[in-house]
Each structure stands twice: as C-alpha cells, then as structure tokens.
Design a protein. Sequence first.
Length: 105
Amino acid sequence: MNYAIVKDGSRQLKVKVEQRVQLDYRGETVPGALIELSDVLAISSDADIRVGQPTIAGAKIVTEVLSDVKGPKLTIAKFRRRKNSKRKTGHRQKYTLVKVKEIIG
C-alpha cells in the first residue's frame, strides 16, 4: 500500500494515488490545473517507510484540481444570560477539491 503524509496549512493528510482530498482554499483555481505539495512528511511504499526530519527533500505530491467546494454549515450561537444579549451567525469554509495524481519521492 503506497501512501504519503503531507502537510497542508495546519493539517496533516494521509493521501494515496487516485484519492480525492479537500485542501485549504487556493483562491479561484481552474479545474484541471496541477498543484504540487512539497511539504511531504513521510512516504510509505511496499517495502519501506521513509520519514523526513521534518520533510523529505525532493519529495512532492502532484494533484489535479477538480473544483472549489464548501464544507458543512456551522452555526455559532452566543448567549449571555440575564443580559438580553443573543447572537446567531453561520459559517461555511471553502476548500479546493483535488485528486492525487502522483507521489514523487
């Protein structure tokens, strides 16, 4: 089983070839464009596992942009008792949906 652990923003993701992954929003991206992720922390092949300190030099993950998507809707409610103070807001995080094409390393 070949996989890699890559850092994107403040998250670490375990990715495999042909897997769809939600990355941090990259702005208006064109579907079909390639994004290279170079912060590869570990690569596992059939025989061994290579772990970087902190990253593996020369390793990268090549991904293809599929679309921009929104995450689930979150509702934030603030309430202060006996103060007649209530506030309700919502939020939907934007992500860039990509497909892993190749793990180089």
